[in-house]
Design a protein around this ligand. Structure first.
Ligand code: EPZ
Length: 421
């Protein structure tokens, strides 16, 4: 099994290119099930999650091929199978986003209920309720959700949950409603840039979606969708992770293919901490003051501070000059990085959904265990500045959302390597 070995200290310098967004690419790839001709996607990163969804789609009769330029070609060839099996779904929760497209295009979908998740309780009730509102019949048989509908019918629905909007729930219902009879209105829809990108992709395929990017999305059903050519948006979470890598090492880094308008809440907090983030032509330039200020951070649905960056900013605040608080309002149990950072000499204390971060002068290298995608990114960031050597185990977690992170960091001067046991 692979692990990362990091010798902390070097200040990061140089330029990197931000990849296309995993969380935009996955639902857009699933939407190819709706399309009657080929879809070509540019900028889809080569990640474990993308390869995993490609495998699921091929089982569902979609031919998925990456050409020499790295573009993804998706073409439905067989619509017989509508069963997303447990063995595939349990490995990646985002598999759930084939539910809406299968139900709308093939009139039935059999989706294994996703099991437990390292970041906490993740029910799919809103997805199912959304499909029932569109007229689907739903049964739970042997751990699988069976959804059927001769024809979905547009309606008005409220899709908000106890923690606010649902991103993939909004994606699933939006995709299903594209082929429904009549109009659908989704209230309390997710406003994430990845939802906007999905809607823009679908509109290029002939859908009629409006209001994407606002809490009220309306969809006028159409009878068919074609494929199209589309470039997925840059990955705001990857970009933000590299901005924090520059800040935590007191380095100076330039990012290409980075859209600051998708990261305003993040930029706001980082500037408060003392990180300089400026746009220069088509690049984003990052540098930081040596002294980092403590701040309070609360995660929220977009445009608020993203939960997918909570662990990474916690790592940065470990070195702030004073006490910070980090409150997780989306996945209240998303704190598996806390104990690992404390192994590196951090002073983190969890109280309910909040972590009190007592700033320390330095972190110390140690062997640590990755538990989920973003927690593992936080451990790598801590390792970049820790005194001595850090060994991050189970890096398969990080490969799910960062393409060859050690290569990009090494390009910026980090002393990092991937090794195998
Ligand atoms: C998406 O997951 C992202 N995944 C997650 O990123 C991200 O953390 C999350 O949105 C929040 O921003 C992808 O896009 C592939 P939600 P999703 O439904 O859609 C509750 C990463 O690191 N909820 O918006 O599954 C839920 O429990 C991943 O890249 C219900 O109660 O998240 C949570 O508390 C991790 N019932 C809240 O809503 C439902 O039916 C938000 O979850 C659905 C969700």
């Amino acid at each position: 099994m692979d692990y990362l070995l990091i010798n902390g200290g070097p200040r990061l310098r140089g330029t990197i290119e931000v990849n296309g967004a995993k969380n935009a690419a996955l639902p857009i790839m699933a939407a190819s099930i709706l399309c009657e001709s080929e879809t070509v996607l540019h900028g889809v990163p080569d990640l474990a999650d993308v390869r995993h969804l490609s495998l699921l789609l091929s089982k569902l009769g979609v031919n998925v091929r990456r050409d020499d330029r790295g573009d993804l070609h998706l073409q439905v060839e067989d619509e017989m199978n509508s069963h997303a099996e447990y063995e595939l779904v349990r490995k990646m929760r985002a598999s759930i986003c084939v539910m809406g497209p299968l139900l709308a295009k093939r009139k039935s979908a059999r989706i294994a209920m996703p099991g437990g998740c390292a970041i906490g309780d993740r029910p799919i009730n809103l997805h199912v309720e959304g499909m029932q509102s569109l007229g689907a019949e739903v049964d739970l048989v042997g751990g699988d959700m069976h959804l059927r509908a001769k024809r979905l019918t547009g309606t008005e629905m409220f899709l908000g949950g106890p923690f606010g909007s649902t991103v993939l729930g909004t994606a699933n219902v939006t995709m299903a409603a594209c082929l429904a009879e009549g109009s659908t209105a989704i209230e309390s829809a997710a406003c994430e840039p990845e939802i906007v990108d999905l809607a823009e992709f679908l509109n290029k395929c002939g859908a009629r979606i409006q209001g994407h990017g606002t809490p009220r999305i309306t969809i006028d059903g159409v009878s068919r969708l074609s494929g199209c050519e589309h470039t997925v948006i840059p990955d705001r979470i990857e970009a933000s992770t590299f901005i924090i890598a520059a800040a935590i090492t007191n380095g100076e880094v330039r990012l290409r293919n980075c859209r600051l308008e998708h990261m305003l809440a993040v930029v706001d907090r980082l500037r408060q901490i003392g990180v300089n983030i400026e746009k220069e032509n088509d690049e984003v330039v990052v540098s930081s003051a040596r002294r980092l200020d403590p701040v309070d951070v609360t995660t929220q649905p977009f445009p608020g501070f993203p939960t997918d960056l909570q662990a990474q900013i916690t790592a940065l605040l470990c070195l702030a000059d004073g006490n910070s608080t980090v409150t997780e309002k989306i996945f209240p149990d998303r704190f598996l990085h806390v104990a690992e950072l404390n192994r590196m000499g951090a002073r983190l204390r969890k109280e309910g959904p909040t972590v009190i971060v007592e700033g320390v002068k330095r972190l110390i290298g140690a062997p640590v265990m990755a538990s989920d995608l973003r927690a593992s990114a936080a451990l790598v960031l801590a390792g970049l500045i820790a005194k001595g050597q850090t060994r991050v185990n189970r890096v398969y977690h990080i490969d799910r959302g960062y393409e060859a992170i050690e290569r990009k960091l090494a390009l910026l001067g980090a002393d990092i390597q991937r090794l195998s046991e």
